[in-house]
Design a protein around this ligand. Structure first.
Ligand code: FA5
Length: 337
């Protein structure tokens, strides 16, 4: 039995076969187990002799199996390592790197510029109350100027904000009517505008507000001038036009010359040579007092600009809808913008 078993163990090629051999000799019905079971029938004298031999045989077979098992394990490991070997000389598969959206870059650039002039960055809700979006900005119910911004209403009192100006009132309230401050607020706004090359029903605005004891129109002009020159370079022309907003008095709009498309027949400038990028003005006394600031002590200026249009001018984008189509061919041109 011993020789036969050891021979079989040597011939085995994998752990399954080894297990079969083990069962055949040492298992419950195995041949060696059979011998051990038969011991009871032996005489007193034969029993210890045969018993010792049987034990030796069992030990020999067991250790042969164990050794073989180790050899097989090592062989399996070796094969696994071979199969998983990494060829470091193969060429790599490049991963395409993403980058910030042009609009994100422009908003961050504008933020940095105003942070540099001492403005803090604020946020406000996109679902806004009628009070903050209109009433607190001197636009009572039924005021005809509400028609200037076609609104998506959710309920009678709740709407998608049509501009970032409600954050003016929210910020003033948070300062309790007693502290001077400078803030900007970037964010999404919504209007029932028909989409075209320069209008989108959802777009971005950046609000600016400076409230202090002696803020003048010339401060507004100075800040807008620094902004425009830094953003577009010295060679762009800037013009301020008198305008109307219920929350500012006097009010202006700022246009930038349209060099990228020479004005004529261009979809951005509609042939005029100019594109409007922001509305601004001196904060209306009613707006100050509704938010708790005494208009006899405090004054302020405010502006609201459209970063999409600023990016269009700066990078020669001829259709605002490009910002929202998510066409990677368009977007990746500006990854280093
Ligand atoms: C306003 O929204 C005022 N809240 C701005 C303001 C703030 C005035 C503070 C005074 C004081 P207006 O509707 O003109 O104004 O929009 C401001 C800017 O947003 C525009 O100059 C333009 O750059 C951009 N804009 C307006 N409508 C759209 C639109 N449909 N698509 C893309 N950009 C737009």
């Amino acid at each position: 039995i011993k020789l036969e078993a050891v021979e079989k163990v040597n011939q085995v090629n994998d752990s399954k076969e080894l297990q079969e051999v083990k069962v055949a000799y040492l298992g419950k019905k195995g041949s060696l187990t059979g011998v051990l079971r038969g011991m009871g029938k032996l005489s007193k004298e034969e029993r210890p002799v045969i018993g010792e031999i049987a034990n030796q045989v069992r030990e020999t077979i067991t250790s042969a199996i164990e050794e073989k098992s180790k050899v097989l394990e090592e062989k399996a490991l070796e094969e696994k390592l071979q199969a998983e070997a990494i060829d470091v000389t193969l060429p790599g598969r490049p991963v395409k790197a993403g980058g910030p959206h042009l609009l994100t870059s422009i908003v961050e650039e504008i933020e940095d510029l105003f942070i540099g002039m001492g403005f803090e960055v604020r946020e406000g809700p996109e679902v806004e109350t009628d009070y903050f979006n209109f009433e607190a900005l001197n636009l009572p119910k039924d005021h005809p100027a509400r028609d200037m911004q076609d609104t998506f209403y959710i309920t009678n009192e709740l709407l998608m904000r049509t501009h970032t100006s409600p954050v003016q009132a929210r910020t003033m309230q948070s300062y309790g009517g007693s502290k001077p401050f400078k803030m900007i607020c970037p964010g999404k706004v919504y209007r029932r505008d028909t989409d075209d090359a320069t209008h989108s029903h959802q777009f971005t605005q950046i609000e600016g507000l400076y409230v202090d004891k002696d803020v003048k129109m010339s401060d507004l002009k100075g800040v807008l001038d620094v902004f425009a020159k830094k953003m577009f370079g010295q060679d762009r022309e800037i013009r301020l036009r008198p305008s109307f907003f219920p929350f500012t008095e006097p009010s202006v709009e700022m246009d930038i010359s349209c060099k990228s498309c020479d004005g004529q027949g261009c979809s951005v400038c509609k042939g005029t040579g100019w594109i409007e990028i922001l509305g601004a003005g001196m904060v209306h006394p009613n707006v100050l007092s509704m938010a708790g600031y005494d208009p006899n002590v405090y004054s302020g200026f405010a502006f609201g600009m459209g970063p999409e249009r600023i990016a269009m001018l700066k990078y020669g984008v001829n259709d605002i809808r490009q910002f929202y189509l998510n066409d990677v061919r368009f977007l990746k041109q500006f990854h280093n913008a």
